[in-house]
Design a protein around this ligand. Structure first.
Ligand SMILES: *Cc1c(COP(=O)(O)O)cnc(C)c1O
Length: 392
């Protein structure tokens, strides 16, 4: 049986072709055009925020946030170890220094360790936090797999130590609070900056693309200005700052506008599919499906099965290969960023949970097109493979 269930593929069931054709016919294919503004407005409306700037990638959105946060060479930025490396690379683009703070069981930054690091490892004077003599300017907080980080506690600590919080909401478009201080607030709109990604594997895609928002509308305007080579005048080439070529193109935005129309349906399917996986795989001797934070509605972008290492001695590679043979594409969670070559000499703070989860999480197929029957097939075969490889 030549069955193939992909990990995550894009879904173009809506107006994608129509809008992209329209952009082509109008001749607006580059960094100007009505679809860019339209996508920005759709995002702002969806996120209940005032102003959003569309850009070329989530990485560019994060980089511009760091620039705008005033992160300079030698500054320290607090970052997560267990996520996609793109969340940390922009720190290096600014010649700043990352310090890796552990995650908690949500896989997002541990707010208690963040606080403890600031309290016990740093000094605070004249409203500036210093670590080993260097200013700690910001924290990059990733909402891993669509799961909201504990923003209440994180913002409290950030407030105490004058840190800028950059939310990496690249995986969490549509996740929001239903309880607590931030009720109704969407991931990416709580901190000082929020970055989104529309890469091919994200919940909506523009091929490649991203967006950035900030707690002040003028800040977003300035980010938009920086993203278009900091051009000060529409007709003459006047530039007062060093800019970037980070603006989204109209072709990408046409795709994005169509995807935004479908986003609520995509989220609904991700949520329903998660419930079905939970019913079928739930809690077993071999593993459990990681839940999303209580008091939030998550976009449930990616599903994580935590493998019980006491039951299953097989390596992740063996498990993934066995599933692949059955036509099921799965993935191990990322390797720790602090163990990657460019970052292996950087400072880490109390990493316990991150290495724990790094060796235990298997991501399951999560495309919006996946059928109930396919999910049932995945569940049956995951159990079979675990039974086969379990070391008794
Ligand atoms: C996808 C992703 C990014 C980068 O987004 P791109 O659009 O691919 O540049 C950054 N951080 C995390 C956590 C991501 O998953």
């Amino acid at each position: 049986m030549s069955r193939f269930i992909p990990l995550s593929i894009p879904n173009f069931e809506g107006n994608e072709k129509r809008y992209v054709d329209d952009a082509l016919e109008q001749g607006w294919v580059s960094t100007g055009g009505a679809y860019i503004t339209k996508l920005e407005q759709m995002l702002a409306e969806f996120l209940h925020t005032e102003n959003v700037a569309a850009c070329q990638s989530g990485t560019a959105a994060l980089h511009l946030s760091l620039v705008e946060a005033g992160v300079k060479p030698g500054d320290v930025v607090l970052v997560p170890p267990l996520t996609f490396i793109a969340a940390v690379n922009p720190v290096r683009y600014q010649f700043a220094t990352p310090v890796f703070i552990d995650c908690d069981d949500s896989l997002c930054m541990d707010p208690l360790k963040l606080k403890k690091f600031c309290e016990e490892e740093c000094t605070f004077s004249d409203n500036v936090l210093y670590y080993q003599g260097n200013p700690v300017k910001a924290a990059i907080v990733v909402h891993v797999f669509g799961n909201m980080a504990d923003m209440e506690k994180i913002m409290e600590t950030a407030g105490s130590y004058n840190l800028k919080v950059i939310e990496d909401a690249t995986e969490a478009l549509g996740t929001y609070y239903t309880e607590g201080k931030y009720t109704g607030k969407y991931a990416g709109t709580i901190g000082h900056f929020g970055a989104y990604s529309f890469n091919g594997n994200k919940i909506i895609t523009t091929g490649g693309g991203g967006a950035v928002t900030a707690n002040r509308s003028e800040t977003v305007d300035h980010i938009r200005y920086l993203s278009t080579q900091a051009k000060d005048d529409p007709h003459y080439y006047i530039h007062h700052e060093v800019g970037y070529n980070y603006r989204m193109t109209n072709l990408q935005a046409a795709l994005g506008a169509a995807q935004m129309e479908e986003l609520p349906e995509f989220i609904r399917r991700k949520q329903a599919n998660f419930e079905l996986y939970k019913e079928l795989l739930g809690d077993s001797a071999y593993g459990r499906l990681l839940e999303f934070r209580e008091g939030t509605v998550s976009n449930k972008w990616f599903y994580s099965l935590e493998i019980n290492r006491n039951q299953i001695g097989a390596s992740m590679r063996e498990i993934i290969t066995a599933l692949e043979k059955r036509g099921i594409q799965t993935r191990a969670v990322w390797g720790l960023i602090n163990e990657q070559k460019p970052y292996e000499n950087e400072i880490t703070y109390q990493l316990e949970k991150a290495p724990y989860y790094a060796s235990r999480i298997l991501n399951l197929p999560s495309s919006t097109q996946i059928t109930e029957e396919e999910i049932q097939y995945v569940a049956v075969h995951v159990k079979e493979v675990f039974n086969e490889v379990a070391s008794v």
